[in-house]
Design a protein around this ligand. Structure first.
Ligand code: PLP
Length: 234
């Protein structure tokens, strides 16, 4: 495919996503400026990230360190904000901190200390979101709701880290509106102790509308922008 065709394809995807966001904002009585669109570029090449940037996208999300690291370095000239959204092993903390501005998947104390140590070492400040497992099954990443307050306190009290707020993925097969309503309650509880932690990262291609209706501030959208991903071979 030529670059022009790909550019048009991505521009069309972006226009559709923006139209859906506008519609959901109208329905929820919210303003577009309250939302950050994070374009999830996993499995797609750095050239797509470049096209997204040319089309005005400022935030990019990736879920695997090796792939993210290569792309972030290749696109370092674009001044994008990089979001790490995948499950994260502590031994990858040093690498992730070298390019990520925001880590959405902080779900255990050992990860908090590893990220803090590496952020201080690198002289960086990394915004962290506490990921919540809304179905009570931490298998896909995320802390149990009852673990969130202690994790939030730990992030807020760790040098090199800034507590941004909370993140969740809607449970498979569940009602996303209900899940995101629960996430909003958890966010409100966190903000009682940490008033600045106002980020709610919720909503993907299939459930943006429900996320916007329930107070999301960050949408993580891949498929609707860039197309369906090929199954991952690991
Ligand atoms: C891949 C991914 C997304 C984007 O999902 P789409 O359905 O392609 O929009 C969002 N959040 C996380 C955590 C992901 O891994």
């Amino acid at each position: 495919m030529t670059d022009t065709t790909r550019r048009e394809e991505i521009a069309a995807g972006l226009a559709r996503v923006e139209a859906d966001i506008a519609e959901a904002c109208r329905a929820a009585g919210r303003r577009r400026e309250e939302l950050t669109l994070v374009a999830v570029s996993k499995t797609y090449p750095a050239s797509d990230v470049r096209l997204l940037a040319e089309l005005g996208v400022a935030d990019v999300g990736e879920n695997r360190d090796q792939e993210a690291s290569a792309k972030a370095h290749e696109c370092a000239d674009l001044g994008l904000t990089w979001h790490f959204i995948g499950q994260l092993q502590t031994n990858k903390a040093r690498s992730v901190v070298s390019y990520a501005d925001v880590v959405h998947s902080v779900d255990r104390l050992r990860l908090v200390s590893a990220l803090g140590r590496e952020a201080v070492r690198a002289g960086r400040e990394v915004t962290c979101l506490v990921q919540v497992a809304l179905d009570g099954d931490p298998g896909r990443g995320g802390a149990l709701p009852e673990e969130v307050p202690a994790l939030a306190d730990a992030v807020a009290g760790t040098g090199g880290l800034r507590l941004g707020g909370v993140m969740a993925v809607a449970p498979l097969g569940g009602d996303p509106a209900r899940a995101f309503a629960r996430l909003r309650e958890i966010s409100e509880a966190v903000r009682k102790t940490h008033p600045g932690a106002d980020v709610i990262s919720a909503g993907m291609s299939g459930d943006m509308t429900e996320a916007i209706a329930n107070g999301a501030t960050h949408l993580r959208v891949g498929t609707a922008l860039l197309g369906r991903r090929k199954p991952l071979v690991r």
